[in-house]
Design a protein around this ligand. Structure first.
Ligand code: ADP
Ligand code: MG
Length: 151
């Protein structure tokens, strides 16, 4: 599987990269974010939100699991870290199949409920404000998306 790497040197760079990615997103797109606490998953999501024209402040939806925002395309932001029972069906499918862009932080925790195609983004601490982003597209649509944003 082809992966794409990108280095960020600051929260602002992560934000700007996500904002650029957002300009290529379409309704129904799914992004999975993986990485330790503080790796930058929520920072990345804020950039996506900005790029989708969302004015409201995006915060980590830790206690609500799913938050919805209205923009050029709606954003469904999920953080399943604190989901007690990861087999619990909260109707994730309706979001994945919906008219918005879905972002899932800690997606592997609901592995069995994920769609078959998505763009997975792994964020790694690489010292101080440096982060390594590894993009792993699954499905043709997401391979093309990676080619578009990284070429
Ligand atoms: P997560 O959602 O993965 O737990 P957050 O986005 O909430 O992570 O937090 C990331 C923290 O790391 C923020 O305080 C952010 O300012 C900081 N940070 C430092 N450098 C970067 C970078 N290059 N990209 C993203 N965040 C960074
Ligand atoms: Mg977070």
């Amino acid at each position: 599987m082809k992966t794409y790497n990108w280095i960020s040197n600051s929260p602002e760079e992560t934000n700007a990269f996500a904002e650029k990615l957002a300009s290529f997103l379409q309704p129904g797109d799914v992004l999975l974010l993986e990485g330790d606490l503080g790796a930058g998953k929520t920072t990345f999501t804020k950039g996506i939100a900005k790029g989708l024209g969302i004015k409201r402040t995006v915060n980590s939806p830790t206690f609500t699991i799913i938050k919805e925002y209205q923009g050029r395309i709606p954003l469904y932001h999920m953080d399943v870290y604190r989901l007690e029972d990861t087999f619990e069906d909260l109707g994730f499918d309706e979001y994945f199949d919906g008219d918005g862009v879905t972002i899932v932080e800690w997606a592997h925790l609901i592995e069995d409920q994920l769609p078959t195609e998505y763009l997975k983004i792994n964020l790694h601490h690489a010292g101080n404000d440096r982060r390594e982003l590894m993009l792993e597209p699954v499905g043709k649509r997401y391979v093309l998306l990676c080619e578009e944003i990284l070429s």
